[in-house]
Design a protein around this ligand. Structure first.
Ligand code: NAD
Length: 484
């Protein structure tokens, strides 16, 4: 298999917040990788724009260090790095003031794609949009990329949408959810809609339930007080997990084009039932011998923010009525593992007699680590002694299946930025999707805030609070083990 790299059109990409943590760790090393892959045309330029004293040479040094720190050593090639750095410029700019804007206007070229990455606090989005417009830096074809968090509730998300809409049309706005840029997440669509095999079974008649797990081993550490303002529901569920639910549950779009896909995703969010209080479990990790617990990490001993959440969700439509979706995500759990498991029902009639511990068909889509898919099927246990059944995995690791090509798979940020340049919004959230997700989330958060609910403590390195296990046990089901 030979991977094809199609160069994008020439562009000027301005990264507001070009000296920030996200630019350093993800955006710039990602762009370097695309450069090395040959995807960046000769006359593509990247312009860092941020507060502080810096010039082009200083920015190139800064980016060189970022590449050395955050790119795998085998991808670091002095000649390539120099070539990439020669594309970089820097403008000192103040999003809230006048400084730097005419310099930026003078630097931009006509006849190339203009893209503006807002890698700054959301409070600055409006200032940037207004000034880009006022200085005639953005035109009708320009794109803006905005980072999460897109609001902290429906009202703030609406306000952000409104402020962006004052100067940009929806087709110009790229709301990033980097989960959508993950290879396996896109494979969800390929598997569902590129094969005849699964789709006939992909409904409440054949699917018993779905489990989605996004588990991390790290705590909130150095960014505890920041995290404490959001918690797992706002930080993970409203955006990343919601997007996974949409892709797993949506109807086949008629075309693979941005609005067709996003229309179908929106219908899923709108079909989500409100949650009953006993369908949610919230937790906070406790201290262990080596590390402090959440309440110390977040610097507020009275915090009621959750570092773990598990939920039983329901989609009220013809396809999914009666098939629960169990979702859990949290920090300081047993292993770093993200997966979606579609657990199928048992065959309607068992001709082999009762056998203990039969677990049936499960399709597991692993997002990380070891991206891949795994279908558990029943076969006969080898050897004499009658017809004993056993479940075995049909396992496909993408790294093994794709061989050396798997190493060239762009990471989420790389892919998404190139999609921005191409003008393809399929993997970006539309404004109404984000608002619908907050409209579902808001009353749930409001209910626990009104009651003053305190999350349950759970042991660091565990699978979360006991109650999260009960969420499935009481339905006669069990979570899959969290393991790498
Ligand atoms: P950061 O604090 O590390 O960097 C902020 C950047 O904004 C700096 O370059 C700073 O110079 C610039 N800036 C601040 N005020 C400015 C002003 N008035 N005018 C011009 N530039 C100004 O932040 P970050 O971690 O890089 O995050 C940037 C955005 O990305 C935030 O919205 C954040 O929520 C989001 N995000 C970050 C991460 C991450 O891993 N860091 C992950 C997801 C989303």
């Amino acid at each position: 298999m030979v991977s094809r790299v199609i160069p994008v059109d020439p562009f000027d990409l301005v990264i507001f917040g070009g000296t920030g943590d996200l630019a350093r760790r993800k955006i710039l090393p990602g762009l370097y990788r695309r450069y090395c892959a040959g995807q960046m045309p000769e006359d593509a330029r990247i312009i860092g724009a941020a507060r502080g004293e810096m010039d082009d040479a200083g920015y190139r040094d800064f980016v060189r260090e970022a590449i050395v720190e955050f790119s795998p050593p085998k991808e670091q090639n002095a000649e390539q790095i120099d070539g990439f750095l020669s594309r970089l410029h820097f403008i000192v700019i103040d999003a809230k003031g006048t400084g730097g804007w005419s310099d930026l206007a003078a630097l931009m070229r006509d006849g190339v794609v203009r893209a503006f990455y807002f890698s700054v606090a959301p409070g600055l989005f409006g200032d940037l949009a207004t000034r880009l417009h006022a200085h005639a830096i953005a035109d009708d074809d320009s794109r803006i990329v905005v980072e999460k968090p897109f609001g902290r509730d429906l009202a703030t998300a609406k306000a952000l949408n409104k402020v962006l809409a004052e100067h940009f049309d929806e087709h110009q706005i790229y709301r990033i959810d980097h989960y959508l840029g993950k290879e396996t997440v896109q494979n969800l669509m390929a598997v569902r809609f590129g094969n005849i095999l699964f789709e006939p079974l992909w409904n409440a008649q054949y699917v018993d339930h779905i489990q989605i797990t996004v588990a991390e081993t790290v705590g909130v550490g150095g960014r505890g007080s920041y995290y404490d303002k959001s918690g797992a529901m706002r930080d993970m569920v409203q955006n990343h997990l919601m997007q996974l639910i949409c892709l797993i549950a949506m109807e086949p779009p008629s075309h693979f084009d941005p609005d067709a896909v996003r229309d179908e995703k929106l219908k899923v969010i709108r079909a989500l039932d409100p949650l009953a209080p006993d369908e949610i479990v919230r937790g906070q990790y406790l201290a262990d011998e080596d590390q402090p617990g959440y309440l110390v990490d977040c610097e507020d001993p009275a915090s009621k923010t959750e570092s773990f959440i598990a939920m039983k969700m329901h989609i009220s439509n013809w396809r999914w009525k009666g098939t629960p979706i169990y979702v859990r995500t949290g920090k300081r759990l047993r292993a770093r593992a993200s997966e979606i498991a579609v657990v199928f029902k048992d065959p309607p009639h068992n001709i082999f007699g009762e056998q203990e511990d039969r677990r049936g068909n499960v399709l597991v889509i692993r997002l990380q680590p070891n991206e891949g898919m795994n279908l558990r099927v029943t076969i006969k246990e080898p050897g004499p002694g009658g017809m004993r059944l056993v479940e075995v995995p049909l396992d496909m690791s993408f790294a093994e299946a794709l061989g050396p090509d798997a190493e060239d798979i762009p990471d989420a940020y790389e892919r998404l930025i190139m999609d921005v340049i191409r003008g393809n919004q399929t993997l970006f959230m539309r404004g109404d999707e984000v608002e619908a997700a907050w409209a579902w989330t808001d009353p749930i958060i409001a209910a626990w805030e009104a009651k003053g609910d305190k999350p349950k403590g759970y042991d660091a390195g565990s699978s979360g609070p006991e109650d999260a296990l009960m969420l499935l046990h009481r339905d006669g089901r069990r979570w899959r083990e969290i393991r790498e």
